[in-house]
Each structure stands twice: as C-alpha cells, then as structure tokens.
Design a binder for this molecule. Structure first.
Ligand code: ADP
Length: 644
C-alpha cells in the first residue's frame, strides 16, 4: 500500500525534477506534465493535453519515434532514444527520451532530457574527425600510427599504401618485421623506441626502404611520440616523405654543375694551352682555333673558322693525303678511343714549312662528331736533334782519326824501337871491349879519364836500352799481348837481388832501401817479366822518393804473394792515381823527371797477365805505397807447368 505521504513526495520529486517528465496515454496524448516539460516546450498545460506526443516530433524523426512509442504498450520500456522536438517558438531541440509503461494504469511515463548541446558537440566532433580523415587520406606523404607497446600499425593512409605496395588490411596489426628486411626493420624499430623514450619530434633525414612495387626508395621521416597525460607513451606517429626523385634531381643538377664546370675548365685549358688546339668538323673545316694556334701559324681565329684545314696548313701535294687520313678517322664508327700522333711538316701563314707533332683525338657528342687536333711546334727540337746528330758524327770522326793516329804511333813505335835497338847492341859490345882494352893498358891517368868516359857512355847506353826495351814491350803487348814464360820462382830472393842492384845508385841520391822479405814465397811466374815489374816500382820509388828511405816488403797471404814498395817522396794526386797505369800517362813534368810514362803500364799488364792486380795509395807530398797482389800460381799456369 502506498501511503499518501509517499505519493506526495513522488509528486514533488516529479514537480521539481530538472528532467522533463510527462504521463501520456497509449494513444500518445499527454495527460500530465511537470513544469520542466512545460517550460521547455513553452506552452500551457491545457494546450499540451490537447496534442499528441508525436505532433511535436520533427517529421523526419516521426517513424523511428512511433516504433519506440509502441514499445510501452507492449509492456516494455525503451532504451534512451533521441529525436528533434518542437518548441512553441518554432525551434527544434534534440531530446533524449525514455518511455516506460506504468503498470496497471495504461499510461506511459515519458522522461526527457535536452541533449541538443551534446549532440551538436558530437556532430562537430564527428565533422572535425571526418575533416582530419580526409586530410590524412589525401596528404601525399605516408602517415602511419603505431601502438607504443609493440609497434604494430594502427593507422595507415593512402599514400602509405601506395608507397609500400600493401593494402591497409595487409598492414594493420602488423609490424615492420612483417614487411621489411631484418636489417631495415631493426633500424626502424630502434629509431621508434628511441623516439618513444623522449618527447621530441625526431627527424630521420634519409632512410632507405625496399617497397613492393617501387623498388628502393629514399625517405625523409619525422617520428612524433604521443603520450597520455601521465607521460605514458601511447602512439608513434610517423610522416614519411619520398625524396627519391628529389635526391635524383639534386644529384643530376650537381652533375650538370660539374659538367659545366669541367667544360669551363677545358675551355680555359684550351685557351691557355701551350699547344695549338684546333677543332675540326668531319669535313675538315675549322670550328675552333685557340690563341696558341694563332701564334704558331700566324692565322687569326677569325681568318680560320670555317676554312678547310688541309688548304690552310698543308703544301698542295700533302692535302690529298691529309684528307684521306681525316676520312679514315671519321669513317671508323664510334671512333672515340685513343688518339693518334704524327710528326709532319706544315705551313705557317708566311709560307714557311716547319716541323710539328700532331695528336688527333676524335670526339663524339650525341650525333655530332668532331676532331680535336693538338699541334706542337717541334722545329726547335728538330734543329737541336740535328745539331746533336752532327756533333755525334763529328765526335765519331774525331775518334776514328785519333784511333788511326794511335795505330800509326804504335806502328811507328814498333819500327822505331827495332831500328834503334839494332845499332845499340854493337855499340854496347864496342864499349865493353873499349873498357877492357883501357883496363889492360898501363898509363893510369889517361886510362882513368878514358875509363870514366867509357863507363858514363855505358851507363847512358843502359838507360837508352831500357827506354827502347820499354817501347818494344809496349808495342809487343799491343800487337800480340804478353807471352809468358812460366817457371818456378822464389820471389824473396829475386827481389833481394834487384834491391842489391840498385842499392848503391840509390845511396848516391841519399836513399836507403829497407827490405822485409819472406824467404818462402815460391810461385809460378814469368821470372823476367815479374822482375821487370818490381824493378820498375823500386826505380820509381828511388826516382820520385826525394832521397828519403824506401821500404820493400814481400809476403804471402791467402795463396797470394803481396809485394809493397813504399816511399816518402812527392806522392800522387787523387786524380792521377788511376791514369798513371795507362800508356804514356805521367803525373810529373818532363822538365823535372825524365821518362816515357810506360813503366807502370807494362807492370800492370804483366801483373794482370799473371791473374794479379796492382794499385797505389798515395797522398801528394807524403809519398806512395804501390802494392802488387799476385796469385802464387794461376790455374792455367799450374796445368801448363805440370804438363811440361
Ligand atoms: P815514368 O816514371 O817513366 O814516367 P811510369 O809509368 O813508371 O813512367 O810512371 C808513370 C807516372 O807515375 C810517373 O811519370 C809519375 O808521375 C808517377 N809515379 C810513378 N811512381 C811514382 C812514385 N813512386 N811516386 C810518385 N809518382 C810516381
């Protein structure tokens, strides 16, 4: 049982409720209304009671409303629904209704709320959303949204579908590893995590992706982290611009810039080249003529452009050949490799012929073919080469003349030496006999004077004999080489004997000869020759030794006999050390020291014929040490000697 108080309080609740509340019969006529409903509609209660609920509903919303109105009559309450409801001022407001049957009373309880404002806001939001959608869809850049958790795609726009070559259905819910190579996917996701861990927009200036239909593309991507109010990352928004074409254009324009730059440089080079540079078209007409060409040939650029190069530069009889040559170069298809070099003679404007070196390089630019001809004036070089050749010829002739002179001198030497030697032997015999006769005669004074004169003559004759022997030796060495007469020799003994022979004469000049000679130096040598070589060293030491002591040593070292002759005399300069072993070479003037300059030459020849060597150490003014190194037995002598 419902008591009166209860009913009264319900009535008050309804009366004061902000919601609009009314009671209507099943035929849709209001029977009761609270002030909120009346005020909202702006009509008095009696007017409201005369009208059906549906009369206030906007025409377009009436059908759906009628369906709802029927529900309570069937005993069911409606879910909240909206319609546009007419107010007295003619305006429509959007009301949200709930209709429910009042049990056992054949009434419908209608509760309404003005949701016009909410609905309008919703509408606005929807429109704004649609607007954003349209923009997103039509932006030419790829836009995608990934969830922050596992970076799966949540949104993808049309540009993204086109770029990647996958439909939205294929993409959504997947991640990078489903579409890209492992390396690419790892690169992208690492970047994504980096972006999500911060709050900044991150720009990736260039990233390469492999797309399904467009191949490799270069992207410039901005990644934007989206967080909730607590700072928890929610989404990753990405905007990628395909910059492949842009990059290509930049590279292309860079290339063009470089081409222009090199063209300028080449032009500069041509202008300032030290060679004449001439451009020719396939018919041999001049299309380029640089300043150096002007200066070499004497024709100005103006005079030559368009002219036939053959007529300009070649004597008449050469023109045909040159044209043939030109045709040859151009007839070879795509003949752009390699250049050809010629040396020929061409004409200056003045008509003078001069030598040039020409290098011809064919060029092919699209359909145009041309030739670049580099011309170098080599007339100076040619003159120089000619002079050189003349010099070489002159030198050759001079050498031939000198050789001839030497040959003549050698012939003369050999003849003269023989001729001189012939009378010497009888004179020597005569002198010996004279000396003996004088010694046999008794008268002392006259005898002594004559004896002295005879002895002096003998001494001079000996000197003369030595000189002639030297000359004979040299001419023999020249003619037939040295013929050795090998025998076993004890060198120590022999050297001692030579020293003894000269000791007295040396002493007269104040020279003491010291000797250190090993006794067992035995080897296979030509006794007379070796003696003469060592004798020459000792007599030279006395001759050039300034009266100071001379030391002679001989010993064995490693199967070699080593002989040294040391003096403390005038010495030999560095520049003369080697030449004194040559024929007629001397380091002193004839005024100070007599001699033919043959002794050391013969000594060297003798020592070398034995397989040995001779050398000198010396300092000007300090003396000299001559050393001879002789193998104890030359292999060939050994064989020969044993066979005998
Ligand atoms: P020659 O003594 O007859 O001139 P050599 O052939 O024996 O001819 O010597 C050649 C030259 O070597 C000599 O003219 C001399 O200038 C130099 N010479 C040789 N031996 C000595 C020495 N012991 N000291 C200084 N100069 C020497």
């Amino acid at each position: 049982m419902i008591d009166d108080d209860y009913l009264r309080s319900i009535k008050e609740l309804i009366y004061f409720s902000k919601d609009m509340i009314g009671l209507m019969s099943f035929d849709g006529i209001f029977k009761l209304s609270n002030p909120s409903l009346r005020n909202f509609l702006g009509i008095p209660q009696n007017e409201l009671f005369e009208k059906a609920f549906i009369q206030f509903v906007h025409e377009e919303d009436q059908n759906k409303t009628l369906i709802k109105v029927n529900l309570p009559s069937l005993g069911n309450a409606t879910n909240p629904f909206t319609n546009r409801y007419l107010r007295n001022d003619g305006s429509y407001r959007i009301l949200e209704w709930t209709l429910s049957p009042v049990k056992g009373r054949s009434f419908i309880l209608a509760v309404a709320r003005d949701v016009t404002h909410i609905k309008k806001t919703e509408e606005k939001l929807r429109k704004a959303h649609d607007f954003v959608e349209v923009i997103l869809e039509n932006v030419p850049n790829m836009i995608f949204v990934k969830d922050a958790q596992d970076l799966r795609f949540l949104r993808f726009n049309k540009a993204g579908e086109r770029l990647l070559g996958h439909s939205r259905e294929e993409l959504l819910g997947k991640n990078d590893f489903d579409f890209f190579s492992k390396d690419e996917a790892e690169f992208f996701t690492t970047k994504d995590r980096e972006v999500l861990s911060g709050r900044e927009v991150v720009e990736i200036p260039e990233e390469m992706i492999h797309t399904r239909y467009l191949g490799r593309r270069l992207l410039r991507t901005k990644k934007i982290p989206v967080h909730d109010s607590d700072g928890t990352p929610l989404y990753l928004l990405g905007i990628s611009e395909d910059i492949t074409e842009e990059k290509k254009l930049v590279a292309e324009s860079e290339k063009n810039k470089n081409i222009i730059k090199s063209a300028k440089m080449i032009n500069q080079l041509i202008q300032h080249s030290l060679d004449a540079v001439i451009g020719l078209n396939p018919t041999g007409n001049v299309i380029n003529w640089n300043p150096q060409a002007e200066s070499i040939f004497g024709w100005t650029k103006k005079e030559t452009i368009g002219q036939d190069i053959g007529v300009l530069l070649f004597p008449k009889n050469y023109q045909k050949r040159f044209n043939r040559c030109l045709n040859n170069i151009f007839s070879v298809q795509n003949n752009t490799q390699g250049n050809r070099r010629f040396e020929l003679e061409v004409l200056r404007k003045t008509g003078d012929l001069f030598s040039v070196e020409i290098s011809v390089t064919p060029l092919q630019e699209e359909d145009e073919r041309s030739l670049i001809v580099f011309v170098r004036d080599i007339s100076e070089r040619r003159n120089f080469e000619k002079k050189q050749l003349d010099l070489i010829k002159q030198e050759h002739e001079a050498r031939q003349a000198a050789e001839q002179t030497v040959n003549m001198r050698d012939d003369f030497l050999s003849i003269a030496a023989h001729e001189l030697k012939t009378p010497i032997t009888p004179i020597s015999i005569q002198l010996q006999m004279l000396e003996r006769c004088l010694k046999d005669l008794g008268t002392e004074k006259i005898n002594e004077k004559l004896l002295k004169m005879t002895q002096n003559s003998k001494f001079e004759l000996d000197r003369l004999t030595n000189l002639i022997d030297e000359l004979l030796d040299v001419s023999r060495i020249n003619a037939e080489g040295l013929v050795l007469n090998i025998q076993e020799v004890n060198l120590g003994d022999r050297i001692h004997k030579i020293i003894e022979r000269y000791r007295e004469a040396a002493l007269k000049k104040g020279t003491v000869i010291n000797e250190t000679l090993e006794s067992n130096i035995t080897g296979l040598w030509d006794l007379a020759r070796i003696e003469s070589a060592i004798e020459n060293l000792i007599t030279n030491a006395i001759k050039y030794g300034k009266g100071k002591p001379v030391a002679v040593t001989a010993g064995i070292k490693d199967k070699f006999a080593i002989i040294t002759v040391k003096d403390l005399g005038i010495g030999i300069s560095e520049k003369d050390k080697f030449k004194i072993f040559e024929r007629f070479e001397r380091a002193v003037s004839v005024k100070n020291f007599g001699g033919l300059g043959l002794g050391l030459y013969i000594a060297r020849k003798i020592v070398e014929a034995h397989g040995g060597s001779i050398q000198v150490e010396s300092e000007l003014g300090q003396g000299s040490v001559f050393s001879v190194k002789l193998p104890l037995a030359h292999e060939s002598f050994e064989k020969e000697f044993k066979l005998q």
